[in-house]
Design a protein around this ligand. Structure first.
Ligand SMILES: [Mg+2]
Length: 147
């Protein structure tokens, strides 16, 4: 049987979790900082568009933060873990074999199912269902290898 996998990856996961509970942050650039509030560990789409790099020390971008009114959060791992398990529960309801790969990524083993469904529409269904259940946006890549 030929193998086929989907990699589901949550977009800007920690920043997306913060935005979920703060609707006023829609379209606002958001950063999440490391444990000691030292470095950027997550950036919303809007923050990426301002050219802020992953891992940058926050003191180096103080002016940019003020200028663009970027909202900055300390990391809240209990929140991210809770949202992660909600995403994974939705994935487990959609696919028979789910391997949680990291807090915001999972492999779905779709081997054998490509004869039964159109994989591209399955991928779109995964995106729509995760969004509906959790409010989190994901990317889905489908390939014969996990790489
Ligand atoms: Mg991700």
């Amino acid at each position: 049987m030929s193998q086929i996998f989907a990699l589901v990856d949550c977009n800007n996961f920690y920043a997306s979790c913060e935005k979920l509970f703060a609707p006023q942050l829609k379209n606002v650039p958001v950063l999440v900082l490391s444990n000691n509030d030292g470095c950027v560990v997550a950036r919303s789409r809007e923050a990426k568009a301002l050219g802020i790099k992953m891992g940058v020390p926050v003191f180096k971008i103080k002016q940019l933060i003020a200028k663009h009114k970027i909202q900055v959060f300390s990391s809240n791992y209990p929140l991210y873990a809770d949202m992660s398990s909600r995403v994974m529960r939705t994935l487990e309801a959609l696919a028979p074999r789910v391997e949680v790969y990291s807090i915001d990524e999972a492999f779905l083993d779709l081997s054998g199912l490509d004869k039964l469904f159109d994989l591209e529409s399955f991928g779109k269904q995964v995106k729509a269902k995760v969004d509906k259940d959790t409010g989190i946006q994901v990317c889905v890549g489908i390939a014969p290898l996990k790489l």
